[in-house]
Design a protein around this ligand. Structure first.
Ligand code: SF4
Length: 698
């Protein structure tokens, strides 16, 4: 059989936070196909992305040579630019010339304007080792904490609430624990689309008798398996959850023993929710009071219950408040710390958990150690033999504002695409164009790379060795399967080259050496070594011993807070930042599609996935389409205060009236031209899930 593989390599899927283990079947150094392995989070299953999204590294537009912007070519998106032939705008260069220019420009800006003139975006597409090196370069080479990544656009608000209330930003239990739960709440998430293999566990749980409660303005495939579905008014989450807390308090459904032994602040919460009765909140959230009571009772009376949430919770100006409410529900009812219970913010990217743990965050060092804590900082100063800045750095959207204000003048961007992923893209793109020096390290000339002075050709996931940490806290090993094309290099090698040009004495020879350094700086990686991962493929943290499995469920005895107790954090409903009005009467919400990944840089270059979803679409309820006089497939114009896009209308009976959903992966109709950059004050996350818009036929 000419199609038979000549070798196989075991690795992990590069897309979502489920972290499915897979095997590449390879012939003549090309991946023929992919099969699922019996990993702890996938049990041989893969979704369409894991199975078919493997050919992007060989796309015609893959970068294989360093590029330098040609003199006189303006920075920005040129409709005539062809990523498959970037030589119209960039010239090919040797690594030596490209690295000298890339690092030299950054060093020069630091010398002229100080450390605060530079910033870096790492990526949740990085391995743990790359994330560690990147944040170490910014902190010890650039000399500031201006380093962030897409967690800021994802679960930053969830992490802010979890850190405040339970002292840890990671999940308290894996999603496999849903199989043990009596009740599972899924809110602000659509696992069938965004965490497809996790969704199979939820379906399995429902078939075994677990009562699924889906709480979301939009309908979804899991509603067919749900015991109850609450489709509340968009943006009213805090009102709904406080009404549930009111029921739990007023009907005495809380777990007094658990509260007394493990929490503080419950009396204040009790007083706080007293006026937020289901009757008082029903009008705000659009759910009948009796349904709110019923769902609150179901959750509180369950022997074992879990709450899962996604970006529908986190991507709001009240995202932290949303997560605080969910944590209060779990604490009030004693629904954490036991099998079948827990709090689980479903992580989006394959390594957003690991990249955050490794310190790609401006206000904390690795393992969430605050940069302002002199004692904690001293440990890293000793490990890295360098003094560190005590001031928290700027976050993703704040960095764009600082560029626009002229404070930040140079950036190094590794694997992120802010020219597509940031809110209010006109503003973000104008900021990128204003940078005096931009270095982009990526696989393709992405929209962001079109603003770069130097583009460094990086390694794709199937080409590298590295670890990633999934939504379940499982640290997993990915193995290089195919060779790098042309002169493309491993990302850790490129970061090290830049670091050396900042005068840093780095001499890593393999990612395993980086991982070894990480285990010295991160208590969370205790008892997890590279060698162990080579043997076992996956180890969950925290792990108590070299030969013991990690903890699937945590915080049975105490929480990692100063008192060992979790804290209730009361909230009150706030309106969305941009209320609807007569001019902009419809809610715009954005997110992912099953077949495409984030800004589309990988999946739109994966043949099968792109053929499945080839064009930009806006999903609308049948009634909305009828009101606009549009047939499915006809063009709809969406306008907000920030911009306008035109794309194909798709009828979706699961959409509520008065709302439109647009995926953010299509450059030709970029959803983020429309989105609102207003930030949650705690997590600094933009309100991607709610902007006021107007729909019209073209
Ligand atoms: Fe990959 Fe996520 Fe699909 Fe698993 S569920 S195959 S990790 S995209």
């Amino acid at each position: 059989d000419s199609r038979a593989a000549d070798r196989t390599v075991d690795s992990v899927c590069p897309y979502c936070g489920v972290g499915c283990q897979l095997t590449y079947h390879i012939k003549d150094d090309a991946i023929l196909h992919v099969s699922g392995r019996d990993g702890p989070s996938n049990h041989n299953r893969l979704c369409v992305k894991g199975r078919f999204g493997f050919d992007y590294p060989r796309h015609a537009s893959r970068l294989s040579v360093p590029l330098i912007r040609r003199d006189g070519v303006p920075k920005g998106l040129d409709p005539d630019f062809d990523p498959a032939d970037p030589t119209t705008h960039f010239r090919e260069a040797s690594w030596e010339e490209a690295l000298e220019l890339a690092a030299g420009g950054l060093v020069g800006l630091k010398e002229a304007h100080g450390p605060d003139a530079l910033a870096g975006f790492g990526s949740a597409k990085c391995s743990n080792e790359e994330a560690w090196l990147f944040q170490k370069l910014v902190r010890t080479g650039f000399g500031s904490n201006h380093v962030d990544h897409c967690t800021r656009l994802c679960h930053a608000s969830s992490v802010a609430a979890l850190m405040e209330c339970i002292g840890s930003g990671a999940v308290t239990a894996s999603f496999m624990q849903a199989l043990d739960a009596d009740v599972v709440i899924l809110t602000g998430c659509n696992p069938t689309v965004n965490h497809p293999v996790a969704a199979t566990f939820f379906k399995q749980a429902a078939k075994r008798g677990t009562r699924l409660i889906v709480i979301d303005p939009r309908g979804q495939a899991l509603c067919a398996y749900a015991h109850r579905t609450l489709r509340f008014t968009p943006g009213s989450d805090v009102a709904l959850f406080n009404a549930m807390l009111n029921v739990i308090v007023s009907e005495g459904l809380y777990d007094e023993t658990y509260i007394n032994e493990h929490t503080e602040g419950f009396e204040a919460l009790k007083t706080h929710v007293v006026d937020m009765t289901p009757e008082a909140m029903s009008g705000l959230c659009g759910i009948p009071a009796e349904e709110i009571r019923e769902v609150a009772r179901l959750y509180a009376n369950a022997d074992k219950a879990m709450i899962f949430w996604g970006m529908g919770i986190s991507q709001h100006t009240h995202g932290t408040d949303n997560a605080r409410c969910l944590i209060s529900l779990a604490l009030a009812c004693g629904q954490t710390g036991r099998p079948g219970t827990g709090l689980h913010p479903l992580r989006g990217q394959n390594n957003v958990q690991g990249a955050s743990d490794a310190g790609l965050i401006p206000m904390v060092l690795p393992d969430y150690q605050p940069v302002g804590d002199a004692q904690l900082r001293a440990a890293f100063e000793e490990l890295w033999n360098t003094p560190l800045d005590a001031n928290p750095g700027l976050t993703v959207v704040e960095i764009m504002d600082a560029i626009a204000a002229g404070q930040i003048k140079g950036m190094y961007i590794l694997g992120e695409n802010p020219a597509m992923s940031d809110p209010d893209l006109d503003h973000a793109r104008a900021a990128l164009a204003r940078l005096e020096h931009l270095v982009v390290q990526d696989l393709f000339v992405t929209e962001t790379a079109q603003f770069a002075d130097v583009i460094l050709p990086a390694s794709a996931w199937p080409e590298k060795d590295g670890t990633v940490t999934n939504t379940n806290r499982q640290v997993q090993l990915g193995r290089a399967a195919t060779p790098l094309p042309g002169e493309a290099k491993p990302d850790w090698w490129i970061i090290q080259q830049i670091a050396q040009r900042f005068g840093l004495p780095w001499d890593y020879r393999h990612p395993r050496e980086v991982f070894a350094e990480m285990t010295r700086g991160m208590a969370s990686l205790g008892h997890i070594s590279w060698e162990r991962l080579e043997r076992e493929d996956s180890v969950t943290y925290p792990c108590p011993a070299d030969d013991a499995p990690g903890a699937d469920v945590v915080f049975s005895d105490a929480f990692p807070t100063p008192s060992g107790r979790a804290r209730f954090s009361p909230t009150r409903p706030l309106p969305p930042d941009e209320p609807l009005d007569d001019v902009y009467p419809t809610v715009l919400t954005t997110g992912r599609q099953l077949e495409h990944w984030h800004t589309g840089s990988m999946t739109r270059r994966a043949k099968v996935l792109d053929e499945l979803e080839p064009e930009a679409v806006a999903s609308l309820a049948p009634g909305e389409l009828a009101r606009l006089g549009l047939a499915p497939g006809e063009q709809v114009v969406i306008t907000t205060r920030r911009g306008q896009i035109t794309l194909a209308a798709r009828v979706d009976p699961l959409m509520p009236e008065g709302m439109v959903f647009v995926p953010f992966c299509y450059a030709e109709a970029a959803a983020n031209l429309l989105t609102n950059p207003a930030l949650d004050p705690y997590g600094k996350i933009p309100e991607f899930k709610y902007a006021a818009c107007r729909l019209s036929s073209s």
